[in-house]
Design a protein around this ligand. Structure first.
Ligand SMILES: Cc1cc2nc3c(=O)[nH]c(=O)nc-3n(C[C@H](O)[C@H](O)[C@H](O)COP(=O)(O)OP(=O)(O)OC[C@H]3O[C@@H](n4cnc5c(N)ncnc54)[C@H](O)[C@@H]3O)c2cc1C
Length: 486
């Protein structure tokens, strides 16, 4: 591990410090190491544990994320980790599947998160000028007069002496915080700018052994009544991840709720493996948090900025977090190529301003889509349930009703306008289906499958106004979180 810089800096002084060697931190270290400069930057990558993490996050990388990795020269990190190709999705409602393939042969990858992280770390640690240090950052070091961040203080685990700890100061021209969703430094860096993170639900994760999904090599989304959606995707030769979305407040006996209320709604071939996994596997859970990005630079703390989940989070239903993080780094790398002095906050602030708006094209689309789709798929009122059925029926139409939405979700297409067009097309189709499609009703205690009669139109007309209003209330505030400029 390391140091190829020709710099004559003292050993604890770097050009850039990165806090966190996760998805964003590793990609950023590699990107900084490959900037077009006369000599490589001296980058310190601080990570609290370099051991392989065992987490239920970041296990499906969309095709748009694979492409970003390729642009960063890191696509080889997907090799040798038993990764599985992902060719699209299968959405299941009431036992009925709809096939949603990625267009034009695009592929994503799914894998064990820990193996992927170790592969990214290996690549980042061997990049020129990058020094990886196993240490937990406890505070930002600020100039007592200007408040500018000059570096960090961290506690290092000394090799060979597991218990010995040393608090050290690491200084840099620029500090970048990539410490993930539970960031300890978010509030300090943003200095009150931006919105508060909102946790709507939790994903509960288990691993199923040797199951066959309804469509192999496709992410499966099962829409269940009374709870959020269930996600399944193969993450290795024999392992399939199942994530169950449970709304807050969480039930006291999660296992029992999965067994009694969710398992019966899953495809029958999955029910026995779910039972076995629940019996022997430890249930793990993670909060699903939404945090819109706030502009950083002139209004936030000097000398430091946030990247990755510490700055911007979306619902993980659409598996977009890593794709956004890698694409963010691609844009940043391009902008940082022109920076002469990493200690010049004016120059960095201009980069941050341009980054904030240039990334909107892809990040906003993925952010908005994730939360809007979650609201529909996790429908918890009558109007949302109408939209959920409408969305499923819209996918059944095929053609562009599948191709465009899945391209946006996969990070292949980037257009908030296209997303808005399809979202409201779903709403209008859902309304039309209320009038024109047959549905089950009970007549004389017998179920019958009929279209609504004219006598039902006044009430349906009232309902369709509520459905359209609900669609606006879901979508427009999300757009607002992305376009607000302060
Ligand atoms: C349940 C769930 C499932 C998800 N599934 C997917 C998915 O399938 N596909 C997808 O694209 N995205 C998914 N995501 C989102 C994705 O995991 C994140 O967007 C991504 O991991 C963010 O990367 P990051 O680098 O910001 O944070 P992380 O990858 O979490 O990295 C943060 C790093 O910082 C380190 N760190 C933290 N504090 C300190 C400290 N004080 N000192 C030193 N080091 C520190 C941590 O150890 C960690 O290594 C999911 C999220 C959740 C919650």
């Amino acid at each position: 591990m390391q140091l190829a810089s020709s710099s004559s800096m003292p050993s604890n002084h770097y050009d850039v410090i990165i806090v966190g060697a996760g998805i964003a931190g590793c990609a950023l270290a590699q990107a900084l190491a490959t900037l077009k400069r006369p000599a490589p930057l001296r980058v310190c990558l601080l990570e609290r544990s370099l051991a392989e993490p065992d987490r239920i996050v970041g296990e499906l990388l969309q095709p748009g994320g694979v492409e970003a990795l390729r642009r960063l020269g890191m696509v080889s990190c997907l090799e040798g980790i038993d990764a599985v190709p992902v060719r699209g999705y299968c959405v299941v409602l009431d036992g009925k599947p709809v096939h949603i393939p990625y267009p034009d042969g695009h592929e994503g990858r799914s894998f064990h998160h820990g193996r992927f992280i170790q592969s990214l770390r290996k690549k980042a640690r061997t990049a020129p000028g990058v020094e990886a240090v196993e240490a937990t950052v406890s505070e930002l070091v600020e100039c007592p007069t200007t408040g500018r961040v000059l570096g960090v203080r961290a506690t290092r685990k000394t090799e060979g002496e597991e218990k010995a700890v040393h608090k050290e100061t690491f200084l840099a021209d620029l500090t970048i915080v990539a410490d993930g969703c539970f960031s300890n430094f978010r509030n300090t860096v943003l200095s009150g700018a931006g919105m508060k993170p909102v946790t709507k639900s939790h994903f509960v994760g288990i691993v199923l052994e040797d199951v066959e999904l309804p469509i192999p090599k496709h992410g499966t989304v099962v829409l269940v009544k009374g709870h959020g959606p269930v996600l399944l995707y193969q993450i290795a030769g024999h392992d399939t991840r199942m994530l169950v979305d449970l709304k807050v407040p969480l039930p006291s006996d999660i296992k029992q709720v999965i067994l009694d209320e969710i398992m019966p709604q899953l495809p029958t071939s999955l029910q026995d493996p779910v039972c076995s996994a629940l019996a022997k596997d430890r249930i793990r859970r993670m909060p699903n948090t939404f945090l819109p990005p706030a502009e950083q630079g002139h209004h936030t703390k000097e000398g430091v900025f946030l990247v990755g989940d510490s700055w911007n989070m979306r619902h993980p239903l659409t598996g977009g977090g890593m794709t956004v993080a890698f694409n963010d780094v691609v844009v940043l790398q391009d902008l940082l190529n022109d920076v002469e002095d990493f200690g010049d906050w004016n120059e960095i602030s201009q980069v941050l301003h341009r980054w904030h708006w240039r990334r909107k094209q892809f990040a906003s689309t993925i952010n908005i889509l994730s939360v809007a789709l979650y609201d529909l798929f996790g429908a918890d009122d009558e109007s949302l349930a109408v939209l959920r059925v409408g969305c499923f029926k819209y996918f059944e139409l095929g053609g562009n009703c599948i191709r465009d939405p899945v391209s946006l979700l996969a990070g292949i297409e980037q257009s908030t306008l296209l997303l808005a067009r399809h979202f409201f097309a779903v709403a209008l189709y859902a309304i039309w289906a209320m009038f024109a499609h047959r549905r089950w009703i009970t007549v004389d205690e017998k179920p019958v499958y009929v279209k609504p009669g004219f006598e039902e139109y006044p009430i349906l007309f009232f309902k369709c106004i509520r459905v359209f209003w609900t669609a606006c209330v879901v979508f427009l505030p999300l757009v607002w979180t992305e376009v607000r400029w302060w």
